[in-house]
Design a protein. Structure first.
Length: 660
């Protein structure tokens, strides 16, 4: 029984102390009162200098709390008790008080730094989740100053506020963001909050209902793989849509821009969120970029310019209601500093892209023009410019003849593989023999392909078990016998840096086996933006998936119509970007302007985006998008025209919106 009473006393003290600083102070106050009573009782019984118990207790309390009284006492008893009380005062009154207040202050600072205090913002951009995409999305938003200014003007706010909801905010996470953003870092513009978007109370913490746009980025290294990441994104959409704040009468849900790996789940995501939503099918998009680079060498340079910030040209969407009723083909010269690709038109809850339309296409009043330009100002119509009647041909019915049989070696495996194989299988008139070398067990690969319902008619897949970082495994594939080699970034590691380390080692080993000139074309997929500097002077094409997807997510958040444009250009089906021989548009050896090349492409039902000039003795060559209309070159047989073309095998050439 005594032990049980002792344990109960300890438990009571523990529960009182852990309840917070207020209870700790009350506990110390109680101890001080007890010590004062004990000291007063002792001196009252051993000394006759006190009128009563109250005076004795007060004497003890003063010695306990103020050491200045120590020299005022006379007699051995009073001095002895006073000394003990003064020492206890230092320990209990001063030491404990300082410790409690210091601990309370540290706790409050830690709570404030942890990011659990609800914010109060209007028209901010909210990023839900910390993934390998988050820093890229933030960087793209901070870089897009002109587009951000127009975004803020549309919402009537003066300053961009970027809010990031991460599982747990820490000094390490904030420093990571600071390091990745570099000079773009602005602690006034970026706000961190701790929490998970799967919990409704945490969503309230970031004032989600008053956000101008919500971005849900994907995670290449998410727990549970791509399927779990998609399920999490859909659950977040449900959490937002069913939050009590969203169900109030008259409440308007914010725009959501989300990434879904598996395109088959897009309809589920659309059904989960009744508000404005733009969905990026990221696996299908990256798969098409890889496949198109395999089919068209050097196309990554075009994609790099269109899908990264600050490299010459970008895609812009703008309204020009005064041009309604005109034929699109007659408006080419109205935009002298831009390339007119087409329009986007409202369609249900989103927008429908109408790029490279057939002849006779009429612009409607609510259409938004899609333009390739160096700046938003350059994308505008010239003052006083009027439509000029131009002839335009119908698109070719059959796509250009590519290599009918292509051997491809893929080193590595990730969640994009099913979409990549399906993309290869979608090209009519072409066939592919694809060998896949990876450490992923064969049974796991077949199970993933089966889950994605991959049925291949034009692609023959051979699975090889091995490690691209082991020289003997790489030699066994005989890489010189392939037309193309693709190194995929692994998603089974913890970070993009680790994945790129394996990709880079595989590339260096591969380079030892390939001839210095000629040989197969090499394409690398990198997962960390910091790795691209290692390949600036090296052979091969590079795609940085997180940068491309982060750019698209950020741009769509600022201008939602761009999602339809990106889907059309870089998603399955629709208009495609091709390199076409320049001799099909101009006589070799003849000096030709871009205006003439553009007119020749228009007659073929194509849109000229630029040129690829082969290196010459007096000209370094390269890809030049949106050159000045009067810029001239002496065209050579090796030169090519970059065109946007729509090839519909077996389709009727009859014009009209139904055919787009």
């Amino acid at each position: 029984m005594p032990r049980r009473l002792k344990n109960q006393g300890k438990y009571w003290v523990e529960r009182a102390i852990v309840r917070g600083a207020h209870f700790r102070l009350l506990f110390i106050a109680a101890v001080i009162v007890l010590v004062s009573l004990l000291g007063g009782t002792i001196v009252l019984s051993l000394s006759e200098g006190f009128a009563g118990p109250g005076e004795a207790v007060w004497w003890a309390f003063l010695r306990l709390t103020d050491p200045g009284y120590l020299g005022d006492d006379e007699g051995l008893v009073l001095r002895s008790v006073s000394t003990v009380l003064t020492i206890l005062g230092y320990v209990l009154f001063l030491g404990a008080l300082i410790a409690i207040m210091t601990q309370w202050l540290n706790s409050k600072l830690e709570t404030l730094e942890s990011g659990i205090t609800p914010i109060s913002q209007n028209d901010h951009i909210l990023i839900l989740g910390w993934t390998n995409r988050t820093p890229t999305v933030a960087a793209e938003l901070l870089l897009s100053q002109g587009r951000v200014r127009r975004f803020l003007a549309r919402h009537g706010v003066r300053r961009l506020r970027l809010v990031v909801l991460a599982e747990r905010v820490s000094a390490t996470l904030v420093q990571d963001m600071r390091d990745r953003l570099g000079v773009l870092w602005d602690e006034r513009a970026i706000i961190f909050r701790s929490g998970t978007p799967l919990r409704t109370e945490h969503l309230q913490r970031v004032d989600f209902m008053n956000a101008a746009a919500i971005v849900i980025p994907g995670a290449d290294f998410g727990v549970g793989g791509s399927s779990s990441v998609d399920s999490r994104a859909i659950k977040i959409l449900l959490s937002i849509a069913n939050h009590p704040s969203a169900r109030r009468e008259g409440a308007e849900l914010p725009l959501v821009v989300t990434e879904i790996f598996d395109a088959r789940k897009i309809s589920v995501a659309l059904g989960a969120y009744p508000g404005k939503i733009e969905i990026l099918a990221s696996d299908a998009m990256i798969a098409r970029l890889i496949a198109q680079n395999v089919r068209h060498s050097r196309l990554s340079r075009v994609y790099g310019e269109l899908l990264t910030h600050g490299i010459e040209n970008e895609l812009y969407v703008r309204e020009c209601g005064s041009l309604a009723g005109a034929r699109l083909q007659d408006l080419v010269d109205v935009f002298p500093n831009a390339v007119l690709l087409g329009v986007v038109r409202r369609h249900g809850r989103s927008y429908r892209p109408l790029l490279n339309p057939p002849p006779g296409f009429i612009v409607e009043s609510d259409d938004r023009f899609v333009l390739l330009a160096r700046s938003y100002e350059d994308s505008g119509p010239a003052a006083g410019a009027e439509p000029r009647s131009l002839d335009r041909g119908y698109p070719q019915l059959v796509s250009p003849v590519m290599s009918r049989q292509r051997r491809i070696l893929i080193l590595g495996w990730n969640h994009k593989m099913p979409a990549l194989l399906q993309e290869f299988d979608g090209y009519d008139g072409e066939s592919f023999a694809v060998d896949v070398l990876s450490m992923v067990p064969l049974a796991d690969r077949m199970a993933r392909l089966e889950r994605h319902d991959v049925r291949l008619d034009r692609v023959k897949v051979t699975h090889l078990l091995g490690d691209s970082n082991v020289p003997s495994d790489l030699e066994r594939t005989e890489p010189t016998g392939y037309d193309n080699i693709v190194l995929l970034g692994g998603d089974w590691l913890d970070t993009g840096e680790e994945a790129d380390a394996r990709t880079i080692v595989g590339y260096l080993l591969l380079r030892e086996l390939l001839p210095p000139e000629g040989g197969p074309e090499v394409l690398l997929e990198l997962m960390d933006p910091g790795s691209v500097s290692l390949f600036r002077q090296r052979r091969g094409e590079v795609i940085i998936s997180p940068v491309i997807l982060g750019h698209i997510l950020a741009q769509v958040a600022l201008r939602r119509e761009l999602r339809a444009v990106f889907d059309e250009l870089f998603g399955p089906g629709g208009a495609e970007i091709f390199f076409q021989p320049a001799r099909d548009y101009a006589e070799s050896g003849r000096t030709t302007s871009f205006r003439d090349l553009r007119a020749a492409a228009t007659l073929r039902g194509e849109t000229a985006l630029g040129v690829r000039i082969a290196p010459r003795s007096d000209l370094p060559g390269g890809v030049f998008l949106n050159p000045a209309p009067n810029q001239e070159w002496e065209m050579q047989p090796e030169d090519e025209l970059v065109v946007l073309a729509t090839y519909a095998d077996g389709a009727s050439p009859a014009g009209g919106e139904e055919d787009l």
